[in-house]
Design a protein around this ligand. Sequence first.
Ligand code: ADP
Length: 401
Amino acid sequence: MSKTAEGMVLVINSGSSSIKYQLVDPDSGVVAASGMVERIGEDEGGIEHRADGETTERRERIADHAAGLRLIFDTFAATGHDLVREGVRAVGHRVVHGGEVFYRPTLIDDDVVAAISELAALAPLHNPANVAGIESARALLPGVPQVAVFDTAFFHGLPAAAKTYAIDAKVAAAHGIRKYGFHGTSHEYVSGRAAELLGRDPAELRQIVFHLGNGASASAIRGGHPIDTSMGLTPLEGLVMGTRSGDLDPGIVAHLARSAHLDIDAIDTLLNRDSGIKGLSGVNDFRELRRLIDGGDEAARLAYDVYIHRLRRYLGAYLIELGGVDAITFTAGVGENSPQVRADALAGLGGFGIEVDPAANTAEDRAARRISPPGAPVAVLVVPTNEELAIARAARQVVDG
Ligand code: ADP
């Protein structure tokens, strides 16, 4: 192994049944190792670990998150990085919901862990898994500073008019009901990179960012600060996603309860796991959706049309909220890899100065790049997101002061 882990940050993204991780140099962005533990708690789980161009795989039952993290550390040790002996500069944890409490990267202590646990009411699937990852990492690396980086933090300062739901204000206040927004680390990183790419000061830019992965969200950013975003109290609101419905008439929930006799957990599952592109077409991956559409599948075609229609609705809303736009940026799995989605999302908007250059849009290029024609009034960009690097840098900043 070429380099010791000492100056690096271990980034941990602990989900309900998986732990994704990366050992990264926050200065250079070089990734020493990365991987994922999957199927925690199931009969057969496993790890896939990549380091130095080699992939190591192991299949075994992983009882819980603590066992998952031990397996990660064992695999590191077996492939040349004894993290316990070498030490790391910091551990950066992705935490999904920071509620009203956390709006900047935060050094973790017992009180912070307790506060993140208390926010589980707002993110029952996510925050307990995040806490499990934090507790396991603290046990394995007791002397190493651990930093929580919150998915909601970037959107903390949303204007009141954008973050307030028009329901009984007392009920909303009692239950923490407001728009929080998610994917904040990505929206912040990508909008910063977009400004760099354009050689402009973020303070003078009006930006719209589309983070289109399995989960999908849009944000409107003025002067480096978000003024609106599509996800809400939970990551269910907004755009059509791989398996989530995005925006609905809230009356549908009551209707399903009365007519389909679904209880609240069944409705939650329906809307989060069995809706979106998957609910409409049967598949949730855009590459499969494209194959179905090319084969003449009408349900797949409709799913795609609904997806684009919703995207354009947000584009129009944010264009007006911002009073015009200087840069529109696409990121994440679909945003980075689907020229078709980018072209269809922005089709016919030349009158607004929004144009996509077909050759630039379809070029095989992995780098951050402009896909609008030279001289177009609105810059259209593709910027690969890198949430792990953003978390590593945030953690380093907290630790170094
Ligand atoms: P996550 O939200 O899980 O982080 P990603 O940002 O990795 O998701 O996006 C995953 C999705 O990206 C896949 O489900 C797939 O729909 C889409 N995707 C990945 N590669 C391509 C590609 N080459 N063309 C179109 N879509 C792609």
